[in-house]
Design a protein around this ligand. Structure first.
Ligand code: CAO
Length: 552
């Protein structure tokens, strides 16, 4: 056994930085890579991981201390090492600090040379503490968004850290040149922002000055997208909805806390930080999860409602039966699994089955398919279904709601955005056609095939998956007679569509061969009653059976 002193490694700056969090205490057993302390400079927050395993004997710093490279952090008793006295700092393996861009004090926005002018400013990837390309795992803002200084733009992730890159300016995001999955390095272009009060083009070459508070206030007074307030999160990989809430407030937390939050599926904007400058520390996250679990227990009367208390499925050693290989799930698959499980546990599902006679619709569709193609529209049955669902939501607005508050209010939506599931090589994605009720079938055909193609080619923009009111899951081109889709909460209903087939239908005098389309409507029984669900599917079937009705 020997005692080793762990010191601050190279943190990329010779300036002193503040210790804002101490993550261990004397007596703690630590492993290599355990976060010891969190440092914060004006540019970044850094987790300092341990370079060795052992037991902490003494913590040599306090919160608020200023440290730099070489400052002692703590003393560790290392098992198995020879009993030499504390090693020289240089002898200790240098841990690699885990760096996240600080959201608290971003780069200042350029000053207004002419207060009322509008300038187009480049946003580039800042110093991310590494020269290696880093993957963009989330694009949190969309073109058209009004951003405040510090609003998250993109999230980068390495195997060691996740980093939010905040907007250095307040203004309107007018162009995004990156997408999820891209790899970037310092200096790469992220996009352009139209900054009110920024230097006008003629004065752009002049050196930028710090933004004045009043300028920032004027810009951030513009409306920003609000987070959905419904109780349950989206079950399918409708990641953008989570992004809305994730970007709607300033989050002040280190990379380790962010990673833990990501693993637990916690939206950090909902967590109140107790650390310096309202920083969210690990205990805040633990308390938040505890509180949510207790609330679920209180409202349901049983622990099992939120998933807790359900006996886990025991893991088996499958290798005893044959060769196996364990591989990590892809990100999309993992996100989908969490969301689907959450919805399955939270939403009391009922599925209503019906059939629509689409003989005439199909005849009509085939007769105009070539003409539609000339107008750039791929006319599959999907755009007709989108149209029919949009009309059904208009006729039955109780399907266009989300549960609010503690499940005791309903949020009624006055817009009709229809999402549909797309099967991609990486997993399921839900893309959203906005204002579907206001668009023609040709427009819906063009938009839906464009969205599906972009989903399959990983070219979706954040906005493409946001704001859905109702989802269609169409498995019709593949097969099946019926299925029970899981509601894409916080929506309250989802339509599953299976393969149409010819069936003998009795018209009162004879059996006629008709093309019948199976419909499976799953709904949240807290918001919708069974009779309304039956009316809804009957209405849908009517619309699809008589194309003229849809056009009226
Ligand atoms: N019955 C019979 N045939 C159907 C059909 C149905 N319900 N729906 C589509 N088809 C046929 C059409 O006849 C069409 O061919 P033609 O236009 O040449 O006649 C062909 O299938 C088109 O199929 P498509 O899949 O290329 O296009 P689409 O517009 O029907 O669907 C999309 C697009 C993105 C919804 C689909 O590709 C997809 O990904 N579906 C899977 C969704 C999924 O995985 N859901 C499960 C979610 S878990 O709840």
């Amino acid at each position: 056994m020997s005692n080793e002193i762990i010191k601050v490694p190279d943190i990329g700056s010779s300036d002193e930085v503040e210790v804002i969090e101490i993550s261990v205490k004397a007596g703690d057993r630590i492993e290599e890579e355990t976060t010891l302390i969190v440092l914060e400079s004006d540019k970044a927050s850094m987790d300092i991981p341990s370079p060795m395993a052992g037991v902490v004997t003494k913590v040599l710093v306090s919160e608020g201390d200023k440290v730099k490279e070489g400052s002692p952090i703590l003393e560790v008793e290392v098992e198995g090492a020879d009993s030499a006295p504390a090693t020289e700092p240089e002898a200790a393996a240098e841990p690699e600090p885990v760096i996240a861009m600080a959201e608290s004090e971003p780069e200042p926005a350029p000053a207004a040379e002419a207060p009322a002018s509008v300038g187009r400013e480049e946003i580039r990837v800042p110093d991310i503490g590494s020269s290696e390309a880093v993957e963009i795992v989330e694009v949190a803002a969309s073109v058209g968004d009004e951003l405040a200084v510090e609003d998250a733009l993109i999230t980068l992730e390495t195997d060691k850290a996740s980093m939010d890159v905040p907007s250095p300016y307040a203004g309107k995001l007018v162009e995004l040149v990156v997408k999820e999955g891209d790899k970037v390095v310092e200096g790469d272009l992220i996009g352009y922002i139209e900054v009110v009060g920024a230097a006008a083009p003629a004065t752009e070459a002049q050196p930028a000055k710090a933004a004045s508070p009043s300028q920032a206030e004027i810009v951030s007074a513009a409306p920003t997208p609000s987070a959905p307030s419904a109780s349950a999160p989206a079950p399918l990989a409708n990641k953008a909805d989570t992004q809305v809430s994730a970007t709607s407030g300033k989050v002040h937390a280190g990379p380790a806390v962010r990673m833990l939050a990501r693993e637990l599926g916690v939206d950090l904007t909902q967590v109140v930080g107790s650390g310096p400058k309202n920083r969210i520390v690990k205990e805040d996250l633990q308390n938040f999860v505890k509180q949510v679990m207790q609330q679920t227990k209180a409202t349901s009367g049983t622990v099992a409602a939120g998933g807790a208390g359900i006996p886990p499925i025991p893991l088996q050693d499958f290798s005893q039966f044959g060769k196996v290989e364990e591989k990590p799930m892809g990100r999309l698959l993992k996100a989908g699994a969490v969301n689907l499980h959450r919805s399955w546990l939270n939403v009391p599902h009922v599925t209503q089955f019906d059939e629509a006679d689409i003989t005439d619709l199909e005849e009509f569709r085939k007769s105009v398919k070539a003409e539609a193609e000339k107008q750039g529209a791929r006319l599959t049955p999907l755009p007709f279904m989108i149209k029919a669902c949009a009309l059904a939501l208009k006729a039955f607005p109780q399907f266009n709601v989300s549960l609010g508050g503690a499940g005791d209010t309903l949020i009624w939506k006055e817009y009709i955005n229809i999402g549909f599931a797309v099967d991609t090589p990486d997993g399921l994605l839900v893309v959203v056609v906005k204002d579907a009720d206001k668009k023609s079938v040709y427009e819906l055909a063009r938009e839906s095939s464009d969205l599906a193609a972009r989903a399959q080619n990983k070219q979706l923009k954040g906005d493409d998956m946001k704001g859905g009111c109702f989802t269609i899951s169409s498995l019709g081109s593949i097969g099946g007679t019926a299925f029970t889709p899981i509601v894409n909460a916080p929506e309250v209903a989802i339509l599953g569509v299976s393969k149409a087939s010819m069936k003998p239908v009795w018209d009162g005098k004879a059996f006629l061969p008709r093309l019948m389309l199976p419909l499976s409507l799953s709904y949240d029984h807290r918001a919708i009653n069974g009779a309304d669900a039956a009316r809804f599917t009957a209405y849908l079937a009517q619309q699809l059976s008589d194309i003229r009705k849809m056009l009226l």
